[in-house]
Design a protein around this ligand. Structure first.
Ligand code: BGC
Length: 783
């Protein structure tokens, strides 16, 4: 992780670069992305440049182009500020750049881009600063400070709203009115083509010389889809010219403002915000970051190397910046950071990001799960159209009620010239279990009975109905099986009895059976309601009859659980040269997908993910044997894979290997490699960073409703401290070389540590010595 700027103080909170590298423009745009979950803007420079990918999105504003699936429209550019010095257009590719720095302050959410620009006989110092407010979801503020260090100069600025944008060519927005309010607020309206969502963008500017406000007259220019203001200032040597741009964005689906009022409300808001200066508005936003995010999600690593702390800060920053504050929306697998996967949500949320929210901000986890509840109708439609019952959750989803959004066709096969079918939307069915896994974990951690009764039980019961209808009887083997799926390992298509799918389907039906039992006994009214909706009386007997006949792939003589019916019979090849970090599927240089399908090559943790999530179903021998078997066969071509490997290795006390996986996983986006960053960040992998630190090294796990805390502190760390919510308590866990200290604020907790149950009373502490009894497995030197 060299992607950190050297700053003297507080440097756990900065990522950045001190070299201007035109090749890496899109990389820095992605990793230094700014957002507040509602609004997100890539860290493109204010001035336009080649190789840039400037995108701005508002969560949930999906629109479809013709017969394509819906995507988040790239919105008009409010970043743009064009500067001319003595008529020379400023550009980083002209003249000479000195003292370059571009960095994101993760703690405050502020992006700084500063340098000296040497052109002709001028030396101009530029400092661009900007933030998206965490305290006012609509607000974006940016500032440019310009000092001429050698001569007096003339400065011209053009800035406004530029609607000449698209999603890589696809145009989603219809141009609406452009207006000027009070001779200073520019307003631009647009509307999506298919979904009819209305947008309002407002911009107002203020400028100063040496902090004295200038009284510039507006000089507005309008073009097609553009509205700009122009400024012209004479600046003396060493004087500072400051230009502040206030912008806001409102939509007709914001939910908190009546559609007819959004124009007025947005203008009033703009006027109110313009009473404050940049620093005052930034401070309000910083306060919200502190109270809403940092105080609630504490993770502190004490080690000589600060990279792990930077990585976990980066992860928490991005999770906050990309999570919509609205339960009709969810986190895209690329968040709001790029056009990749069209803003769609995958199982990435439930399996890789959800633990963070469940344990630190349960109300956010609840919102994310409510999104799935709102998606039940779409999931029912999907099940029905495939000939099944219950709810089959979409592999890719956008607006919750729209159902399956996986594009049916992918990129073109270069051999046949024909587009390749994307099978995940049809066959990658484990997502239905993944939703249930997240619901259960949330219920275990929070005991939120209200959520269970209003939403959670219905999700689980309908998911179980789907799985039940999905089972096929194998008369020869006398068991129920699940044929023709894709498991988490997407390199194996049309497989029968994928272990992850079968085990989790079985588990869902089991959970549904116990919920029915529980409700019948203790909440008959709720049971009646659910029974009325879902016909539980009929299906319950069927579950009971079938559940123990579901085929669960058994470990073979070597303790290896077959990934599916045919995996273990396929040829083995050396996979190490294809193992990757940067999302380049190197294996496709030598094989195509059909060939990879016929080999024992795994894209991402599959059986190993099952073992990590359902550890209590497997013993340590099986865990180790499967690690030894699958780890060398996994390419990690999905960024989701590395964190699972780091956690399992840590559980198996393979300390060095665990740490290597940890470092690789932290570098998925933060590393120096360029990868596929233009498309956006890997949000699942950022969740994975928190998981590795807290669940992996910090040893936090929920095992069938019980909390276990069994840390494995890396040798190079002196201590780790984290905070979680469990039931009605706030729990601080401190691990150092000698002890595990648990401090509880609230009702008190029980937890398991090395097979013993401990109790911490209300508002008290407990200290345990770190056990040395753990047998450290001999690490394989080749790893
Ligand atoms: C992975 C999936 C993941 C998707 C979106 C794919 O490459 O294989 O597991 O859900 O990316 O992140």
């Amino acid at each position: 992780m060299k992607y950190c700027v050297d700053t003297k103080e507080n440097d756990n909170w900065y990522i950045g670069t001190e070299k201007f590298n035109p090749q890496a423009i899109d990389k820095s745009e992605t990793v230094m992305f700014q957002g507040n979950g509602y609004l997100g803007i890539r860290a493109a420079p204010e001035e336009k440049s080649l190789c840039e990918k400037r995108d701005m999105f508002v969560a949930g504003t999906f629109d479809a182009f013709k017969d394509e699936v819906t995507e988040l429209p790239n919105l008009p550019d409010i970043l743009n500020i064009r500067v001319k010095i003595n008529q020379q257009l400023f550009s980083l590719s002209a003249g000479t750049i000195q003292n370059y720095q571009k960095y994101l302050n993760l703690k405050d959410g502020e992006l700084i881009h500063k340098f000296d620009w040497l052109i002709a006989d001028q030396k101009i110092s530029f400092k661009f600063s900007r933030f998206i407010s965490m305290s006012d979801k609509h607000l974006f503020v940016s500032k440019v400070e310009i000092i001429s260090k050698q001569n007096d100069v003339n400065v011209q600025i053009v800035s406004g709203i530029d609607g000449q944008v698209s999603n890589s060519g696809t145009q989603h927005l219809v141009e609406g009115d452009k207006r000027l309010f009070d001779d200073k607020i520019m307003q631009f309206k647009e509307q999506t083509q298919q979904s009819g969502i209305k947008f309002i963008f407002n911009v107002e500017h203020k400028s100063y010389i040496d902090e004295v406000l200038l009284n510039n007259k507006s000089n507005i220019k309008m073009n097609r889809r553009q509205i700009f203001d122009n400024y012209d200032v004479d600046l003396m040597k060493n004087q500072k010219f400051t230009f502040v741009k206030y912008a806001n964005v409102y939509t007709s689906i914001d939910g908190d403002t009546e559609e007819d009022d959004i124009s007025d409300v947005s203008i009033q808001d703009m006027k109110k915000n313009c009473l404050f200066n940049y620093a005052e508005l930034l401070n309000k936003s910083i306060r919200a970051w502190n109270t809403e995010i940092w105080q609630r999600s504490l993770v502190e690593i004490k080690a000589d190397d600060n990279k792990p702390q930077v990585a976990v800060n980066f992860a928490r920053y991005q999770l906050a910046a990309n999570t919509p504050p609205d339960s009709r929306m969810n986190i895209g697998s690329k968040g709001l950071t790029g056009e990749g996967y069209k803003g769609h949500t995958f199982w990435d949320t439930e399996i890789f990001m959800m633990p963070y929210f469940i344990f630190t901000m349960p109300e956010v986890a609840r919102n994310l799960l409510r999104y799935r509840y709102l998606g039940l109708d779409g999931a029912r439609k999907k099940a029905k159209s495939n000939g099944y019952q219950g709810a089959q959750f979409p592999w890719e989803s956008a607006w919750p009620t729209d159902g399956e959004m996986t594009p049916p066709w992918g990129s073109v096969d270069i051999v046949t010239g024909k587009p390749m079918k994307v099978l995940s939307g049809f066959l990658e069915q484990h997502v239905t279990s993944d939703v249930v896994i997240a619901v259960m974990e949330y219920l275990y951690a929070t005991e939120d009975k209200k959520f269970a009764e209003e939403m959670g039980y219905e999700i689980i019961l309908d998911a179980a109905k789907f799985w039940n209808s999905r089972l096929e009887w194998n008369d020869e083997q006398k068991y129920f099986e699940i044929k023709n799926v894709i498991g988490p390992d997407e390199y194996k298509e049309h497989v029968n009895n994928n272990a992850f799918t079968n085990f989790t389907a079985y588990w869902c039906i089991q959970k549904a059976i116990s919920i029915v039992g529980l409700l019948k006994n203790s909440e008959p009214e709720i049971y009646d309601e659910l029974n009325y909706k879902l016909n539980l009386d009929d299906i319950y007997q069927d579950w009971l009859a079938k559940v123990d006949l579901i085929y669960l792939p058994k470990a073979n003589d070597n303790n290896v659980i077959p990934e599916d019916d045919t995996y273990l019979q396929k040829p083995v090849i050396a996979v190490d040269k294809y193992q990757s970090t940067g999302g380049h599927a190197k294996i496709f240089k030598d094989y195509d997908l059909k060939e990879v399908d016929k080999l024992q090559v795994t894209k991402q943790a599959d059986v190993l993910l099952l073992i990590y999530l359902f550890e209590d179903m497997f013993n340590k021998k099986i865990e180790k044997a499967n690690w030894d078997y699958y780890e060398p066969k996994t390419t990690h071509d999905s960024s989701l894979s590395l964190a699972t490997h780091a956690i399992l290795a840590s559980d198996l006390h393979l300390e060095k290997i665990a740490y290597k996986y940890f470092e690789r996983a932290c570098e998925v986006d933060l590393g120096t490699h360029l990868g596929k960053v233009t498309q956006g960040l890997h949000m699942g992998a950022t969740g994975g960073i928190w998981n590795m630190v807290v669940e992996g090294f910090g040893g936090l796990r929920v095992l069938d409703s019980k909390l276990r805390i069994e840390p494995n502190l890396p040798k190079s760390w002196n201590s780790l401290q984290y905070q979680i919510n469990w039931h009605n308590s706030l729990v601080r866990v401190l691990i150092d070389k000698n002890k595990l200290k648990i401090s509880v604020m609230g009702e008190g907790i029980k937890f398991i540590n090395h097979d013993k149950i401990y109790q911490v009373q209300a508002n008290s502490k407990l200290e345990l010595p770190i056990s040395d009894e753990v047998t450290v497995e001999k690490e394989n030197d080749n790893n």
